[in-house]
Every structure is written in C-alpha cells, then in structure tokens.
Design a binder for this molecule. Structure first.
Ligand code: HEM
Length: 498
C-alpha cells in the first residue's frame, strides 16, 4: 500500500515531472530558437560586414569595418613590419599621389634663435659634439667596447634642443651617460601617448578619469616635465630681475619669448612659455638622432657612399693648410658644413627611406574635398604615410628602394625636392620649423664622426624599426668604432689636390 500522502506526492510528482518535461521542452525550444537567432544574427552581421568591406575595396585606403574602424586591418598589419605592410597596401592600390599647397612662414620668433648672438644653436652643438659626443666615442674605442650609437645620439640632440629651448644643458651626454629625470619623464610621456593613438577614445578617457595604467603614467610624467620647465622659468625670471640691462645676450627660445608681448600687449604667461618650450623640445629632441642612426646603418651597407662623403669632407677642409698639417684637432666651420652637398644628399636619402616621423596625422577642421575627389568631413582624422611615400615607384621611380644620394644632386650640387614629394619634414604651413637646423646638426655630427671613425654595426645585431610615433631602432644601434688612420685621410687629401 502506498500511503495517500505518497500517492498525493506521486500525483504531484507526475504533474511536476510533466511540467518539467514541458518546461524542458519549452526551454530547449527556446534555446534552440535562441541559437538560431544568434546564428542568424552572426550570419547577417557577416554578410553586412563582407558587403561593406567588398564595397570598400573599390576605394583607396584600408577597409573601414563597422564599429571597429580600421582596427582589424591594423592588427593584421602589426604582425610584421607595420610600415612595410602599409607601403604594400598603398602601392598595390595604385593610389593617386596628391601634391598641393604653398608655404607661408610664421616663424619670426623661433627663427631669431638662429640669428641672435649669445650661445646660438650652432655654438651649443659645437660644444656638445667636442666636449660630450667625441670624448664618449673615443672612450669606447680605447676600451674596445661596443656602444649603442642611437642612445648616444639621442642624448646629444636632447641636450642640444634643451639648450635651444631653455638655454640649459640637462647633461644627458655627460661622462657616465647618467639617467636624467627630466629626459626620462619626457620619454615616458611620449611612450604613454602612443597608447592613445591605438586605443578607442572612450577607453583612454575612462582610464584617465580613473587614473589607471598608461594614463596614470602619462599624468605623472607630464608633471615631471612641467615641474622642470616651471623651475627653469622661475630661475630665468629671477636672473632677469637682477640684471640692470634687460637686453639679455641669451638667444634661447624662452628668453626671446620673455622679451616679447602677446596680441594684447601683455607679457606671455608662464604657462604659455612652458608650453612653447616643451613643444619645441618634443619636436626636436629625437628626430635628428633617429635619422642619423638609420644613416649610419645604411652607410655600412654602402661603403661607396661613405668613401664619397669622406672625400668631400677632405676636399673642403683640405683648403685649410693647418688641417692638412694636423696642427690642431679639426673643428668644422659653419661655412664648411654648408658646402657639404654630397653629405646633405646622403642624409636626405636616408630620411626618404627611413623618415623619423613614419606616419603623421591631421584632423579636418572644415569639410573639404581632396584633389582626387575624396570627400573629407570635419573631424575626420587623415593619416599620411611618410614612410610609404618615400618608397613609391610612382613618386621616386623604379630605383625607389635603393639608397642613392646621387638622385638629389645636379652637377654635384644638392637640389631639394618639393615638400609635397619629400614629406619627411611635413609640408604646408606646419612644415618643420627646425628643418635647416636639423640638417646642420646632422651634418655636423655625421662629419665629425665619419672623419674620425669607421662605424661598424656589431655582428648579428638586429636592426628593426620600433612601432612608435618616431622611428627609433627597436634594439638601438650597437656598433664598434675604429679610428681612421692618418694614412687613409692623407690619401683623400692628396686625391683631391693632386
Ligand atoms: C631629421 C630631423 C627632423 C625631422 C624629420 C622633423 C620632422 C618634422 C615633422 C614631420 C613635423 C610636422 C609635425 C606635424 O605638425 O604634424 C615637424 C614639426 C616641427 N619640428 Fe621638426 N623635424 C626634425 C628636426 C627638428 C629639430 C632639430 C627641431 C628643433 C630644433 C624641430 C622643430 C620642429 C617644430 C618646432 C615643429 C612644429 C612646427 C609647427 O607646429 O608648426 N624639428 N618636424
């Protein structure tokens, strides 16, 4: 006998199991339907995205995917050499090249640093090369150790640009190559900024709000940079207030702007002074050194070019009798540097193949139409690939991938190219303000090194670009230096003056 309670239970059991069965059936059906719906949804999305990307193929540039933009294409490009991949994409699409525009100068105050007396940019460069760079290099020769040439050149240009901007030598190139908090803060800030370029805006903004990760690092490093700049401004103001003659002999950007008035006839605010100097350092701190690193690497693979540079240097300085007689250590004169056309061409060729700023971007301020008919709306970001442009057959001809300084020379004289063809220094109203000085700086440093040493890249040292806003060598440039023999230099002197 089964107790009634049990039968009741059984009844309830059977009814609940019926309900369960029905429930299971319904939920399975629901899930089945749910699965189908998800499947359909994915299918629809796939078809939509495929049609979208197929339609995109008809246009130039990378496919722009819904929600994700160019990210999927960029991620696939990041697997190898991003810049080469971008060059292939642009060249394979046979995209038209657009050149247009005209420069208008807006550089009075900044260019006066080159004209003023006092410790001018060329004088501070001379001082840094002869009392900083060359002793460090000589030390490596004597101790037979390899050095990271990129790191040493970065230190040289950092000190140089700080002297131009603030009139202060931070001492990054001092013996022992010290770690400088200001230089470190600058480096950290630029590295953290790269994150913003590859992260959706809402994500980095949330991170900034929550003070997390790279945003936290960025905030701290900007604070370090600003504190240094504010301290220099404070000290300079004090220094000026103690001077009876306010016409200071200083020719750095900070001192020049301190003596100027804004459009309301007022002195510039400390914040403005800080920002103008920091912006200048940011623009000029590592572009020339990175270009020089690629230049020395290319030179090792093209010994013929190195010989021609050496011959040019010896021909120019050989006009000075005391140099041939080796009466004193050779210090190049500015007019000698300016005469070095072949060196100028070789540096331009290095910049064409390895531009220090490999890709640059602009934001559209007003709706516009490009010469090829592409409509660009206000707020759109336009990226232009300087690295790819330097390697396009349509622009530079069939030998575009060869390192050929001769392409820049007519009857032995350097001939510059349009800024819309050779875009390493940008074009239009935002053309690099330091272009002329950058050439002088690179030529002075390169000639000073080449005249004294043969630079050989350490065996098996990997040379690849780093993915950053500036095209650093990812692993630096490990080199060994070999002192040039007097006999070798004499050969060039006598070849030039038979
Ligand atoms: C090989 C060396 C250099 C290269 C390839 C180079 C390249 C460039 C490029 C591409 C820009 C445009 C950035 C933009 O607005 O999108 C630029 C701007 C600028 N560069 Fe250079 N640069 C070099 C050296 C220097 C040096 C040594 C200085 C300073 C001593 C300097 C100062 C500036 C300044 C102040 C700007 C901003 C111009 C403006 O905002 O209108 N550059 N440079």
């Amino acid at each position: 006998m089964i107790p009634s309670t049990t039968s009741a239970n059984l009844t309830s059991l059977s009814s609940s199991s019926t309900q369960n069965l029905a429930g299971n059936f319904l939920s399975r059906r629901f899930f089945f339907l749910h699965d189908i719906q998800i499947l359909e949804l994915f299918l629809a999305l796939f078809v939509f995205v495929s049609i979208h990307s197929l339609r995109q193929k008809k246009r130039y540039g990378l496919p722009v995917w819904p929600f994700l933009g160019m990210l999927p294409s960029l991620v696939s490009g990041l697997q190898g050499n991003m810049y080469e991949w971008l060059t292939d994409v642009i060249c394979s699409q046979n995209a038209p090249t657009m050149r247009r525009g005209n420069d208008k100068g807006r550089r009075q105050a900044l260019s006066s640093t080159q004209r003023s007396s006092g410790n001018s940019p060329t004088e501070s460069l001379l001082e840094l090369v002869h009392s900083g760079l060359l002793p460090v290099l000589e030390n490596s020769v004597n101790s037979l150790v390899s050095i990271d040439l990129q790191d040493i050149l970065l230190r040289l240009t950092f000190d140089n640009v700080c002297m131009i901007a603030f009139g202060v030598d931070p001492g990054f190139l001092r013996p022992g190559l010290p770690e400088i908090p200001f230089a470190k803060a600058f480096e950290d800030a630029t590295e953290a900024t790269v994150f913003r370029f590859v992260t959706p805006t809402c994500i980095w903004k949330i991170m900034r709000y929550l003070d997390l990760g790279t945003e936290r690092k960025l905030k701290q490093s900007i604070k370090g940079v600003d504190e240094f700049a504010e301290e220099v401004i404070r000290r300079r103001k004090k220094e000026l207030s103690l001077l009876s003659d306010k016409n200071t002999q200083r020719s750095d950007i900070l001192s020049i702007f301190m003596g100027l008035k804004n459009e309301h006839g007022q002195p510039y605010s400390d914040k403005f002074l800080r920002d103008i100097c920091v912006n200048f350092i940011l623009a000029g701190r590592d572009t020339s050194s990175v270009a020089l690193s690629w230049f020395f690497w290319l030179l090792e693979q093209n010994p013929r070019v190195e010989e021609k540079i050496l011959a040019e240097i010896c021909r120019i300085v050989g006009e000075r009798e005391e140099v041939k007689r080796k009466e004193s250590p050779l210090v190049f004169k500015p007019e000698e540097i300016k005469k070095m056309d072949y060196l100028h061409a070789a540096l331009s060729e290095a910049l064409r193949l390895y531009p220090s700023v490999p890709v640059d971007h602009k934001e559209v301020v007003e709706d516009d139409i490009f010469p090829d008919g592409t409509v660009v709306k206000r707020g759109t970001k336009v990226i232009y690939a300087i690295y790819a442009m330097g390697r396009m057959e349509a622009i530079w001809g069939k030998d575009c991938r060869e390192f050929k300084p001769e392409r820049w020379l007519r009857d032995g004289r350097f001939m510059s190219e349009s800024a819309y063809k050779f875009t390493a220094f940008n074009g239009g109203p935002r053309l690099c303000l330091g272009k002329d000085f950058a050439y002088y700086q690179m030529k002075f440093a390169a000639a000073s090194i080449i005249y004294r040493y043969s630079v050989k890249v350490a065996k098996n040292h990997p040379v690849v670009p780093k993915l950053a806003l500036t095209m650093y060598m990812k692993h630096g440039l490990k080199v060994n230096l070999y002192k040039r023999q007097e006999l070798e230099l004499q050969k060039y002197y006598s070849n030039n003056n038979p």
